[in-house]
Design a protein around this ligand. Sequence first.
Ligand code: CP
Ligand code: NVA
Length: 310
Amino acid sequence: MSVTLKGRHFISLHDFTQEELWQVFKTTEMMKLKQKMGEPFQPLKGKTLGMIFQKASTRTRISFEVGMWQLGGYALFLSANDLQLKRGETIADTARVLSRYVDGIMIRTYAHQDVLDLAKYGSIPIINGLTDLLHPCQVAADLFTIWEKKNRLQGLKLVYIGDGNNMAHSLLFGCAKMGLDVTICSPSGYLPDANIVRLAKEDALLTGAKVVVTGDVEEGVRGADVVYTDVWASMGQEAEHAKRVKDLMPYQVNAKLMQLAKPDALFLHCLPAHRNEEVTDEVIDGPQSVVWDEAENRLHVQKAIMALVM
Ligand code: CP
Ligand code: NVA
C-alpha cells in the first residue's frame, strides 16, 4: 500500500480515508505477529512520546507506554496536575515548548478543542487518547478486533447501546468509514451529537454503510454482528451517576438482549465496565465477549499508529 501517514495527527477517524485506516490495520497485524513471535521491531529508536493526562486511565496509559518501549522509544507520563497548564499556561504555549523536546504527544483531556489547539500550535504529531467528544484509538482497536474475529468489516452490522457519548461518536465515524452498518440505540436526552451523526452519514455515502439512530432496542439489536456498550456515566459525569442509571437501565446489555442479535454476534466494551449496570456479568464473561482481546489490541493498534505518524 502506498499511502503515508508520516507527520499526521490522529485526532478523529473522520480525518482518514478507508485506505489509510486499512494501512493502520495491516500494520497492526504485522506488528502483532512480530510481537507474538518475539521478533524485535524498533522503528522509533531514539524517539520520545509525551503523554498528557487530565483524566484517569489504565489501558491507554499502559498500552502507549509499553508500546513505545517495544518500538524502541521512550514514553514520558505527564500528569496535567503537575504541568504549568494547571497554573494557567496556555495549551498553545505548552504545544510550542513540548514540540522542542518530544517527537509526538498523546493527550487525554476533557475539551476536544484542547487537542485541536495542541495540533494547531505544535509542530509534531498529536494523538487523541480520549476527549469528551471522541476516542479514536479505542475504535481503531475495536475495528481491528472485529476484523480479526470476522475476517471482514464491510457489510457487518454493529449496534452501540446506551449513552450517546465519545465512544458512540468514534464508532459512528469508524464504522461509516470502514463500511459497517452502525446503529446507535439511545433514549432521548442521551442521543449522540447531531453534527457527528451528519458527518458519519456523509462518510457512509462513500462506503454504502447504513447509519441509524433509534431509541428502539429491539430494532437496534436485531440481526447485529457486534453488540457494543460503554459506561453510563463517563469521566467527569460522576455526579449524574444515579440519574443516568435510572434513565439507561432499559438499555442494559444482558443475555435476553443478546438473543436478539445474530447467534454468532460478538460483544465488545471499551472498558472499564460498570458490571451489572450497562452490561451483566453473564454477557461480559460469556462466550460471545471478546473484551480482553479488544483491550490487548489497544497495544498493537497504537504501536502501528505511533510508528506510522512518528
Ligand atoms: N478504554 C480505555 O480507554 O481505558 P482507560 O480509560 O483505562 O485508558
Ligand atoms: N465514555 C468513557 C470511555 C472510557 C474509556 C469515558 O469517557 O469515561
